[in-house]
Design a protein around this ligand. Sequence first.
Ligand SMILES: [Zn+2]
Length: 434
Amino acid sequence: MTTISLRDEAAGLLQELIRLDTVNPPGNETLVAEHLRRYLEGNGVSCELLARVPERANLVARIPGTGDGPRLLLLSHTDTVLADPGEWQIDPWSGELRDGQVWGRGALDMKGQTAASAVAIASLAREGLEPVGDLIFAACADEEVGAGFGLQWLVEEHPEAVRAEYCINEGGGDRLVLDGRAFWICSTAEKMSAPFELTVHGRSGHASRPGIADNALVKAAPLVERLGVFHDEPELGPEVAAFLRAVCGEVPDAAEAVAAARAVHPLAGDIVEPLLGTTLSPTMIEASQKRNVIPNRCEITVDCRILPGHTQDEVEAKVADHLQGAEYDLEWIEAQGGTGSPVETPLWDVVGSFVAEIEPEAQSVPLLLSGFTDSHWVRDAFGTVAYGFFPMRAMEAELAARLIHSADERIEVDDLELGVRFLRHAATALASLP
Ligand SMILES: [Zn+2]
């Protein structure tokens, strides 16, 4: 009998997952859930498929704990964004292995981590790992759209399936080299995504006689311009302060933070800039549906990202202040994320000890994510300590960031192997905690 390496096992599994089209919408994540179930059960890991509708199943697998030790959840999502084959060098669902990279939609976001997590729990099961607390693997549907089929639904309808003290998810693991020093980024908190719509009112009329109407589009124009130059009062949350301390050697004033980070490396400045306050980006506008009708209303959609610890009410007041008495109605569209986990935890020690093992001279640093992931569902529901960390060093972080949700997405097999190594390290380190 030949035994294949964990590296080849993860690459092969990822190729298979990419070939199952789970573009969301519509999702069809059951294809991946069933495939993972066959793989995991074949390795002695018990599985359950939990689904709100049959074609959108979530898979939860576990190695049961021998006692009441802390549970570790290896979390991932199985849906992907769409891909336009015309933009790609190769078929986005080929899963082709080329020059040490697996190509295809989802390779980075995030079937690579899904495959690595599955191989980690499968290999530990083969080796007879007996953790004190459960080791759980959850591959969830519907992260990219978030229409209530994935982790949100699991947390509400099957909380015992995914309840855990610790969770490792997507959203971090970048290796940055700044001024000759290496930093491994672990995301421990996320901004809140809270888009809103501003409606400006006017009076409709025939476009041939602009003088007697009150054009809502024209009234909205200066508001769009003002929103585009909004800068929040800068402040340093604990994660950004920790990042700056590591990178700059000290924590600068909030007002100086971007300049101080940029002085070390331009990339550090770019990272810090959106993390110092709430950001506003007007992205969509709607007014008249007819060329010859002056609109009586104009709706501006604004993408808004709020720092943890701040509320939508506060932002509403800041927007009013910034728009200097303009008349409009503001309506919030939704609010997601905006949660964080503390940094001084056993899971942080696991990240730190892993970095020390693979690159002793490097430093692990926490960071706030400007976007959000599924982590907030378990943080909110169970108080889970959830971090985003999937280490990558063969592919540069900047290239990876460019490929996510874009053409020619691919992952280095070296990074897949490193990911398996980290997840096994985390599971074995936490397995012995009482
Ligand atoms: Zn993702």
